[in-house]
Design a protein around this ligand. Structure first.
Ligand SMILES: Nc1nc2c(ncn2[C@@H]2O[C@H](COP(=O)(O)OP(=O)(O)OP(=O)(O)O)[C@@H](O)[C@H]2O)c(=O)[nH]1
Length: 345
C-alpha cells in the first residue's frame, strides 16, 4: 500500500484553541526548543497585523503568516497555496527540509473545514499527513469559554491532545471546572499542562486512541464521542463497508473518525484511520502496533451521535453482533435483521 517512490508524508500538527487561549505563547516556546528545529510553522492570523513578531524573531523562511482573514473560510485557498509553496521551496532546497509542520489556526476557526481541506486536496493529502490536533485551553476561563462559545467546544472536541494554559493564574476551582468540561467533551484526549509539557511531545504524532472511553455528552444536542473496539480482525471488505455506511448514514453528524484497525490480512500492522466529516484520508498501515494492544480501536466524534446505533453498526461488521447481550436479545437486537428502525437510523 505504501509506494516506495513517493516521499514519506510530512506529519502535520494542527494547533487550535480559542482567542487568547495561549497558542502563540506556546508556539513561541516551541520555536525556541532545539528539539523542534526541523519544524516549519504556518500561522494564520486574524486582522491586519499580519506577521506575528514573536514568531518572526525565532524562525526564518519556515514561517508563513497569513494575514487578513480566518483560515477556515476566506483564507482556505491561501492555505492550500501556502502549503504547496512550502513543499516547493523544500523540494527545491530553498528552505531546509522541514520534518514536520505546525499549523496554528485563528482563535475563531472551526478546525473541521481546515482538516477537510487537508484531507481532500489530492496533492496535499499525499505530502502531508495529519499527525495530531492539539487544542490549547485557558485553565482560568476555559469552562466559561467552552460553555458559551460553540466554536471553542468544537476545537476541543476535535483534539487528540489538550494543553491547559494559564495554570499559573487559574484558581483550583476554575481549573477543576475547565478540566471537568474537557473530560466530558473529549474523554479520550491527553490532557497536559502547556507550560510543563515537553514541546516535542506536544507535536508528536498520535497513533493510538486512548482506551476505555465512555460516550460523554456535554449537554443536549452537543458534541460527544463514541468509542468502538473489537478483538477480532476485520476483513478489508467489512471495514470498507462499515465506513461507507457510516459516511452515508451519519455524515451530517459525524465530525471525525480516527483510530487503528486490525485487518485480517495484515494483523501485524494496524491500519490508521483518519476521517473528517465524510472525507477520509487514504488509510495507511503503520509498520507495527504502537503497544501490546492489538484491538481495533476507533473513536467517532460528532454532534448528536447515537452511541447505540454506532455500536450496533460496528458490531455487525466486527463479526460480533450484540455479543454482550443474551441470545434472544441478541437476535432481536441484531442490527442486520430486517426490521424498522435499523442501523441506519
Ligand atoms: N499568566 C499566563 N498568561 C499566559 C499564558 N499563556 C498565554 N498567556 C497570555 O495570554 C495572552 C494571550 O496569549 P496568546 O498566546 O497570544 O493567545 P492566542 O491563543 O495566540 O490568541 P489569539 O491570537 O487571540 O488566538 C497573552 O497576553 C499571553 O501572554 C500562561 O500560561 N500564563
Amino acid at each position: 500500500m505504501n509506494d516506495p517512490r513517493r516521499p514519506a508524508p510530512i506529519p502535520l500538527v494542527l494547533l487550535t484553541g480559542f482567542l487568547g487561549a495561549g497558542k502563540t505563547t506556546l508556539l513561541n516556546r516551541m520555536l525556541r526548543d532545539p528539539a523542534l528545529a526541523g519544524a516549519a510553522v504556518v500561522v494564520n492570523e486574524l486582522g491586519e497585523i499580519g506577521v506575528d513578531h514573536l514568531l518572526v524573531e525565532h524562525a526564518e523562511e519556515g514561517v508563513v503568516a497569513l494575514a487578513g482573514g480566518c483560515l477556515c473560510c476566506s483564507l482556505r485557498g491561501d492555505l492550500i497555496v501556502t502549503l504547496e509553496e512550502l513543499l516547493k521551496a523544500r523540494d527545491n532546497g530553498r528552505i531546509p527540509p522541514f520534518d514536520r509542520l505546525v499549523l496554528e489556526t485563528t482563535g475563531l476557526a472551526d478546525p473541521v473545514p481546515t482538516l477537510q481541506t487537508l484531507t481532500l486536496h489530492p496533492y496535499l493529502a499525499m505530502r502531508y499527513r495529519l499527525a495530531a490536533v492539539v487544542a490549547v485551553v485557558d485553565a482560568a476561563r476555559g469552562a466559561e469559554t467552552l460553555a458559551e462559545h460553540p466554536e471553542a467546544a468544537r476545537q476541543v472536541a476535535m483534539a487528540d491532545r489538550v494543553l491547559l494554559s494559564k495554570t499559573d493564574v487559574a484558581t483550583p476551582d476554575e481549573r477543576a471546572a475547565t478540566e471537568g468540561l474537557i473530560a466530558r467533551l473529549v474523554p479520550m484526549a491527553e490532557l497536559r499542562t502547556a507550560a510543563h509539557a515537553p514541546t516535542a511531545a506536544i507535536v508528536a504524532a498520535v497513533e493510538a486512541p486512548e482506551r476505555d472511553l465512555d460516550a460523554a455528552p456535554l449537554g443536549h444536542g452537543a458534541i460527544r464521542s463514541v468509542s468502538l473496539e473489537s478483538e477480532a480482525a476485520l476483513t478489508r471488505g467489512a471495514y470498507d463497508l462499515f465506513v461507507e455506511l457510516l459516511r452515508s448514514a451519519h455524515a451530517p453528524k459525524l465530525l471525525r473518525l480516527k483510530g487503528l484497525v486490525r485487518l485480517a490480512d495484515e494483523p501485524d500492522r494496524p491500519l490508521v484511520v483518519q476521517g473528517v466529516r465524510h472525507v477520509f484520508a487514504e488509510p495507511r498501515f503503520l509498520d507495527a502496533w504502537p503497544d501490546d494492544d492489538r484491538r481495533t480501536r476507533l473513536v467517532a466524534i460528532g454532534e448528536n451521535l447515537e452511541p447505540d446505533l454506532l455500536a450496533r453498526l460496528y458490531a455487525a461488521f466486527a463479526g460480533r453482533p450484540a455479543a454482550d447481550t443474551a441470545d434472544a436479545a441478541a437476535l432481536t437486537a441484531n442490527p442486520l435483521a430486517p426490521r424498522s428502525g435499523g442501523l441506519l437510523g
